[in-house]
Write a protein that binds this ligand. Structure first.
Ligand SMILES: Cc1cc2nc3c(=O)[nH]c(=O)nc-3n(C[C@H](O)[C@H](O)[C@H](O)COP(=O)(O)OP(=O)(O)OC[C@H]3O[C@@H](n4cnc5c(N)ncnc54)[C@H](O)[C@@H]3O)c2cc1C
Length: 411
């Protein structure tokens, strides 16, 4: 490592998940001749990014996310053209099933939002819904919405495309290098200290995923987020799960599902989400035991809600269990931008379980801010200081973030 060591850069990015890789891509693209160095202590895209269910939900009740996701879809095409390879997005569309008056109202609002953002969305009949997703029981549905242009993807591949295109423009993407501290003089960033030595830079982005609060603390910021578990299951293969059937959101069941190569991948909210302090999450996420029984206890407790819409639920075998941490915030908004009172320190984290879909917008906005230009996207709802002073490692705060996750109804 020493022989290729770079002692000075224009921008240092801490963390090589999809956020870090996307920022490296946009920065190297929009600042030719400038040097960006990304530091990842393990391997690129190996933590939360590789575990995502990767629903690329564009039309959401949170308007603030939509332009960011639109940018992800745009940049994905751009990178496919550059590399001459496909990302193989599965554009199967998203079905929204509303089975209560409250959820019908939400769905009506959602279709208005789709119109506002020029996204195609319309109602479909129960027959159409059954045809599209033979596993789904919609007898109790009051209204069903459909957003045809939404997709899911391979999140590891999307992160890797960002990294490859960044490298093509001279970005240094170093793996196996841990950032130990931020070098600063009274809040002005000078660089980072790493396991391989120091790198001096006037701008540093903390894109360290759920670990982001640890280094941000050194800069005096309490990031308003906490590592909260997300989990999903994948069934055995069966004919009722055609590979081209749509993703499905079941807000009345607080559940979502999508096809996965002839099987069904589904997630369902638990009553109380598992939360940990960022300091307690091991550097290598594979060392963390998310559930001793592969989530079976949660499935037994919450499965009935899903079985109402998925009658084969109790008969079908479960093949895989996947869990990971995402950075959740109490208001389900991201954690993006500068730390007040500091110079040269930016944060890109607090993904709220939507980091794959918004990666393009996060990368673009943070890279432009790191370049000293104005952000073309509106990050005002993602400001780091919006909750005031807080202790991101304290129990009260951790529980507040976990509660937000338990209440989430979208994928
Ligand atoms: C089970 C599950 C399902 C999900 N489903 C979806 C979904 O359907 N749709 C969606 O959009 N999103 C989904 N997500 C969320 C998505 O995976 C995350 O939002 C996204 O991957 C966050 O990317 P990141 O770059 O912030 O973090 P990560 O991918 O975790 O990357 C952070 C990186 O920083 C590195 N790092 C930390 N500290 C240091 C240090 N000091 N020095 C060097 N490196 C460091 C880590 O090693 C890690 O590689 C899901 C997540 C999970 C866990």
């Amino acid at each position: 490592m020493k022989s290729m060591w770079i002692e000075k850069a224009d921008l240092v990015i801490i963390g090589g998940g999809i956020f870090g890789c996307a920022i490296a891509y946009y920065y190297s693209k929009n600042n030719p001749g400038k040097q960006v160095v990304l530091l990842e202590r393990n391997e690129l895209n190996n933590a939360a990014t590789s575990r995502a269910a990767a629903l690329m939900t564009m039309v959401r009740s949170k308007r603030s996310y939509i332009p960011l996701t639109v940018e992800t879809f745009r940049v994905a095409k751009e990178m496919e053209e550059e590399l001459g390879e496909t990302l193989d997005f599965k554009t199967v569309g998203m079905m929204h099933v509303a089975a209560s008056e409250a959820k019908v109202k939400d769905l009506e609002e959602l279709l208005e939002i789709a119109k506002e953002f020029d996204q195609e969305a319309y109602y479909i009949s129960k027959e159409e819904a059954r045809e599209k997703a033979p596993w789904l029981k919609v007898d109790e549905a009051l209204k069903i919405g459909f957003v045809p242009n939404e997709a899911y993807c391979d999140p590891y591949m999307l992160g890797t495309f960002f990294a490859r295109c960044a490298r093509n423009r001279g970005a240094k993407m170093l793996q196996g290098v841990e950032v130990l501290s931020v070098i600063q003089e009274e809040g002005t960033v000078k660089g980072v200290e790493t396991t391989e030595g120091a790198i001096f830079a006037e701008t540093v982005v903390d894109a360290a995923g759920v670990w982001a609060p640890i280094l941000a603390r050194e800069m005096g910021a309490g990031l308003p987020m906490a590592p909260v578990r997300s989990q999903y299951w994948i069934t055995e293969r069966a004919d009722i799960f055609p590979t081209d059937s749509p993703m499905v959101l079941l807000p009345d069941a607080q559940a979502y599902a999508r096809p996965e190569g002839g099987s069904l991948l589904f997630g369902i909210r638990e009553g109380k989400s598992l939360v940990a302090s960022p300091k307690e999450v091991p550097n290598d996420i594979t060392d963390f035991v998310f559930s001793a029984d592969e989530g079976m206890d949660d499935l037994v407790q919450n499965g009935e809600r899903l079985a109402r819409f998925f009658p084969a639920f109790y008969d079908i075998g479960i093949k895989y269990y996947v869990a990971g941490f995402s950075g959740y915030t109490p208001d389900s908004q991201l954690v993006l931008g500068g730390v007040p009172g500091t110079k040269g320190f930016l944060v890109a984290s607090g993904c709220c379980g939507a980091g794959i879909s918004v990666a393009g917008g996060v990368g673009l906005g943070i890279a432009e801010m790191a370049s000293g230009r104005s952000n073309p996207l509106d990050f005002s709802e993602f400001e780091i200081s919006r909750f005031g002073e807080l202790d991101p490692f304290g129990e009260e705060w951790l529980n507040r973030c976990a509660t937000a996750r338990s209440n989430k109804v979208s994928g």
